[in-house]
Design a protein around this ligand. Structure first.
Ligand code: SF4
Length: 457
């Protein structure tokens, strides 16, 4: 529903049986992290690879799954590009897939071209793979990736020895290990592990390099981590609600964020609402948290059309709006005559929440009070979640320069946004209430899209 592009998702497995179908299942369970491209690579003495433009369940054929022989392999889903990418190198056949963003990509490509490297399209994954393949071994290569690359990555590397998994030293993007009697896996989100009836073992630590093979998980190296910077947006929007990211269940986080919004209304004496409703799907956890804290009846006011594509995959704004309309239709009888608290995770451009408020009012809602789990989005993301440019962020139209600064400024912004989208009121969680609701120390989080503070500096 958002004008936010998700990140990519990675999956890796070592099994005692052919693994292609497991990879297929694994990347299907993380499809929400990227819906344009998908790919699988397996190892059976050589790398076999198939990538597609499209979604996992519609893209892969039985014949392709049969072609992908071997007991270990990796998979990827993406909005941007086909991965994994595979090479023949002095380290042997190698295939790499990653989730994140290389901030200093242009500079690295320029330097590498000067050294004689050629690039297919200058993708981030090419930079990472070339750094790895220049090294004496994969662990040295992955250590060099951590030293050279500025940015965020969780990656899987397929080799003859097994699957290497690595996470950048800040731990921006999630990466988690799982197992059962026959299989060891690593994945961007725990939901794949849980839904494949496996045991979640632990998160890969920021800066850790793990090898997954017939000996299970081996932590081969722990690079120094200057600080953690877990993407706060994972809990509010990006991750699936049934995942656990760095020890914090996404559902619990969203409930707490909604409860925090309710608490503020209670403290400010904002009462008299009839129902609390989510903007599906990502607003559901927030609305439930609001409901539990306030005691106000939880009532759906939109019907979610599971057959419509996510709106951001459409290429034009008009197409996105049409798709958004197809995706959520108003339940008029639930909305009519009601004072509604409408919960959502964030406001990006503001066009979609404007349309939702308008549709509810058209359906006869008496009042619509918008409650937003995230603090105002004021800065674009450099670390793999595309909130694009500052100019496209609705809050930035109000605060042309500088950050939001104070709660007073936030109140002014809320009044302005409410007027812009035709709501009776708008309230966001402040940065401090957002962090408190997550229960993770502020200096272990990336909050750059809210406060502009770059964790890399
Ligand atoms: S800038 Fe925002 S979306 Fe990007 S990693 Fe940081 S918290 Fe996540």
């Amino acid at each position: 529903m958002k004008d936010i592009r998700d990140n990519c998702g990675v999956f890796g497995i070592y099994s005692n049986a052919p693994c292609a179908l497991d990879i297929y299942d694994g990347i299907d369970f993380i499809q929400h992290r990227g819906q344009e491209y998908c790919g699988i690579a397996t190892f059976d003495g050589h790398i076999r690879q198939v990538t597609h433009h499209g979604k996992v369940v519609t893209a892969f054929t039985d014949k392709e799954i049969q072609y992908l022989t071997g007991n270990w392999g990796i998979g990827h889903v993406s909005l941007w590009e086909r991965q994994p990418m595979s090479w023949q190198s002095k380290l042997g056949d190698i295939s790499v897939a990653f989730s994140g963003n290389v901030v200093n990509a242009d500079e690295l490509i320029r330097r590498m071209k000067e050294k004689g490297h050629a690039f297919y399209r200058g993708y981030n994954i090419e930079i990472i793979a070339k750094i790895v393949m220049e090294a004496e071994d994969v662990v040295s290569g992955l250590s060099e990736v951590a030293r050279t690359i500025k940015g965020a990555y969780s990656l899987v590397t397929l080799t003859a020895e097994g699957v290497y998994a690595a996470r950048d030293v800040f731990g921006f993007r999630p990466l988690i290990l799982g197992r059962d009697e026959d299989r060891y896996v690593v994945c961007s989100e725990s939901r794949a592990i849980q839904n494949m009836d496996m045991e979640v073992v632990r998160d890969v630590h920021p800066g850790e390099i793990v090898l997954i093979n017939d000996r299970g998980f081996q932590s081969l190296k722990q690079l120094e981590s200057p600080r953690k910077a877990h993407c706060a947006f994972e809990w509010a929007y990006t991750a699936s609600i049934d995942s656990v990211i760095d020890g914090l269940p996404v559902q619990e986080a969203r409930n707490n964020l909604g409860a925090s919004l309710a608490q503020r209304d209670i403290e400010e004496g904002a009462t008299g609402f009839d129902i609390v409703a989510p903007v599906p799907m990502s607003g559901i956890g927030h609305a439930l948290g609001y409901h539990r804290r306030s005691g106000i009846t939880y009532q759906e006011v939109f019907l979610y059309n599971r057959y419509a594509d996510r709106s951001y995959t459409q290429s034009t704004q008009r197409a996105r709006e049409r798709m958004a309309k197809r995706k959520l239709s108003v339940l008029s009888s639930a909305a009519r005559g009601k004072r509604i608290v409408l919960c959502d995770d964030s406001i990006v451009r503001g066009t979609q929440i404007l349309n939702k408020v308008r549709e509810l009012k058209k359906a006869g809602a008496k009042e619509v009070h918008v409650r937003i789990a995230c603090p105002p989005l004021l800065y674009p993301c450099d670390f793999g979640v595309s909130t694009r440019s500052s100019e496209e962020l609705a809050a930035r139209h109000f605060f042309k320069t500088g950050d939001i600064g104070s709660l007073q400024k936030q109140r002014e912004l809320e009044a302005w946004i409410a007027k812009e989208i035709g709501a009776d009121s708008v309230k966001y969680n402040s940065i401090s209430s957002f962090v408190k609701a997550l229960g993770i120390p502020k200096n272990s989080l990336c909050l750059k899209c809210f406060d502009g503070v770059d964790p890399l500096l």
